[in-house]
Ligand binder design. Structure first.
Ligand code: AGP
Length: 608
């Protein structure tokens, strides 16, 4: 997610914008820029790197301005670079943007036919040229309205124009933008922290709204120009709370971001009306998918758990054999990988040393490498033959949450694509699988609305010293993930196990002090897992049942139960992960742990 800040008023606009960008640094970024009216036109300063690099450029030109806009870029289209950094310019129009314009390639083709040339790889530059093209026949505000009506996708923009030196326009759809109303002027930002030190009077703009700010004040309209009345509200957060969106920790913010991060992962990846996956987003070709003999998926930690889920999805839907390896093992076990095999690296950071080494080894041995990664410009993304970006936005908490569920969705999309290309599933089944996928963000929202039930369980169990997480089938890797989440942020010893393995040893651990979390799918394995529950109960174990579609009528064996919505058997893993993330988080907080920065852990393990 990029950071946006704009200011118009009686203060020093450059100082306000640079300070605002600093308050947005926590979001993660790879380049930055600023634009400001200089009295006769608009200057734009941009650089790859950090705010301090941008400040160096600003100091050199020592500008004074009453209107300026700034941006920190988290790359989604186009590598981190000066030429891809925002603000972007098209003749009189200068723009910063956060989001993804889905139809930017179509628009780019049309604009090129009108004679526009492009200096970046970004979707943002296309939007800037589109607004400029409308400025030929409309005023600035009407041109922005017309251009936004032409776009599909997500945007939060702030735009200024040479011809309208006292005007700043903001607009949003599926990407946050907030108006700040201060004593010294008006602010537009992607997030409150950018200007909270200067005003706490805000208007959170809603999807489809635009705001035009000038010396006379501000006017909120829809994209047809109809005026909308919106009251200001007061933000009572501290600046530190504001950086976490009002949540106590980044981890909780990122858990609650998942309906949106999943929507961002999906954006532009499916054609719902056709029930098809957009193969171009994987950088693969149908012939390769048709020919592939075996798939290797390699990762570490939480990403390895995603790989294990991916095995169930790919083999279940596409019927192609999948081998999953921990990256640290793959390199030394003499994997039978051959030329033409497909090697998938899953890595949120794109910098995990073991995963990179495995990816390089696979490439050296002639495999085609696909990276499922969250960070553009990262080493894994740059070195792979093709990349699928999860677009879940910066993940600040060390414990991976939203990146994990985005990885599961990426593998689900890949499985449908592979199954369709190889004729394993028909159009009807593909249509249904994608329709259910599009309902997923709302179902995750429903799980999150049940957080209180999870908090109650955490309050009962946070003093336990050992936990067991049990699941069957595709939920076994989710049991592993639940256990990892708990152990890495609460320091409680926790193990994930296949429920069917209980009788082969782990059941010896069961007594009234060992809570056992059962993941209970709706489908065929439900009966078997119920018998596992009774084995535990009959030995005095405490049972936490996380059940898709709720527990069977009269089910008395669970001491605590958490219900999640039903979905298909491949997406149950996504919905099941969320209550386990919340359980780990709340237990960690109750135990006074630093849940964002757990002891001994780093966000990216860049050494072997
Ligand atoms: C996840 O909660 C952990 N922080 C850790 O296991 C992580 O998943 C692992 O280090 C892999 O990181 P990557 O996805 O960036 O490669």
């Amino acid at each position: 997610m990029c950071g946006i800040i704009g200011y118009i008023g009686t203060g020093d606009a450059i100082e306000v914008v640079v300070e605002g960008l600093r308050h947005l640094e926590y979001r993660g970024y790879d380049s930055a820029g600023i634009a400001y009216h200089n009295g006769s036109g608009i200057d734009v300063l941009r650089c790859k790197g950090k705010i301090r690099d941008l400040e160096g450029l600003v100091r050199k030109s020592r500008p004074v301005a009453s209107l300026a806009i700034g941006h920190t870029r988290w790359a989604t289209h186009g590598v981190p670079s000066e030429y891809n950094a925002h603000p972007h310019r098209s003749n009189n129009v200068v723009l910063v943007h956060n989001g993804i314009i889905e139809n930017y390639l179509e628009l780019k083709k049309e604009l090129a036919e009108e004679g526009y040339t492009f200096t970046s790889e970004t979707d943002t530059e296309v939007l800037c040229h589109l607004i400029d093209s409308y400025c030929r026949e409309y005023g600035f505000r009407e041109a922005v309205e017309a251009a936004l009506r032409d776009t599909r996708g997500a945007y939060a923009i702030v735009a200024i124009s040479v011809r309208d030196p006292g005007v700043m326009i903001g607009a949003r759809k599926d990407s946050p933008l907030v108006l700040g109303v201060g004593q010294e002027g008006f602010f537009l930002a992607s997030d409150v922290p950018a200007f909270l030190t200067r005003t706490n009077r805000v208007v959170f703009l809603r999807d489809g709204e635009m705001v035009t700010i000038s010396g006379e004040g501000y006017r909120i309209t829809d994209l047809e120009g109809n005026r909308l009345e919106r009251e200001t509200e007061l933000v009572t957060w501290s600046p530190s709370m504001a950086e976490k969106g009002g949540y106590k920790h980044y981890m909780l913010k990122e858990i609650h971001e998942q309906p949106r991060s999943l929507a961002d992962t999906l954006r532009g990846r499916v054609f719902p009306e056709r029930g098809e996956v957009n193969i171009a987003e994987f950088g693969l070709d149908e012939e390769r998918l048709r020919r592939v003999r075996k798939i290797f998926i390699v990762a570490c930690g939480t990403s390895w758990h995603a790989a294990l889920v991916g095995k169930y999805q790919i083999e279940g839907l596409a019927g192609v054999p999948v081998e999953v390896d921990l990256a640290s093992e793959f390199r030394y076990r003499g994997a039978l990988l051959e030329e033409g095999d497909l090697f998938i690296a899953i890595t949120q950071s794109g910098e995990t040393a073991d995963t990179l080494a495995a990816q390089r080894e696979a490439r050296r041995r002639g495999a085609f490498t696909l990276s499922i990664c969250n960070v553009l410009g990262s080493t894994s993304a740059r070195e792979a033959d093709s990349v699928f970006f999860t677009h879940s936005g910066p993940e600040i908490g060390v414990a991976s949450t939203k990146a994990f569920t985005s990885q599961l969705v990426a593998l689900y999309l890949f499985s449908i694509l592979l199954a369709r290309v190889r004729g394993r599933i028909g159009h009807g089944e593909s249509f249904e699988l994608i329709a259910e996928l599009l309902r997923l963000p709302d179902k995750v929202e429903a799980v999150l609305s049940g957080e209180e039930a999870v908090v109650r369980v955490a309050r009962e169990l946070f003093k336990a010293r050992d936990f067991l997480y049990l699941g069957r089938g595709i939920l076994y890797p989710v049991a592993l993930e639940g256990a990892l989440k708990l152990k890495e942020i609460s320091y409680i010893h926790a193990e994930g196990y296949p429920a069917g393995e209980m009788k082969h040893g782990p059941i010896a651990l069961i007594d009234e002090d060992v809570p056992v979390v059962f993941l209970m799918q709706k489908g065929g394995l439900r009966e078997k897992i119920l018998s596992n529950v009774s084995e535990v109960k009959s030995r005095g174990g405490k049972v936490v049942a996380v059940a898709a579609g709720g527990l069977p009528e009269g089910f008395e064996m669970a001491d605590y139960s958490i219900e999640i919505p039903e979905t298909n058997r491949y997406l149950e893993a996504v919905l099941m992960a969320v209550p386990l993330q919340l359980l780990a988080y709340h237990i960690g907080v109750l135990r006074g742990c630093d849940v964002d920065q757990p002891r001994n852990l780093a966000k990216s393990v860049t050494v072997e």
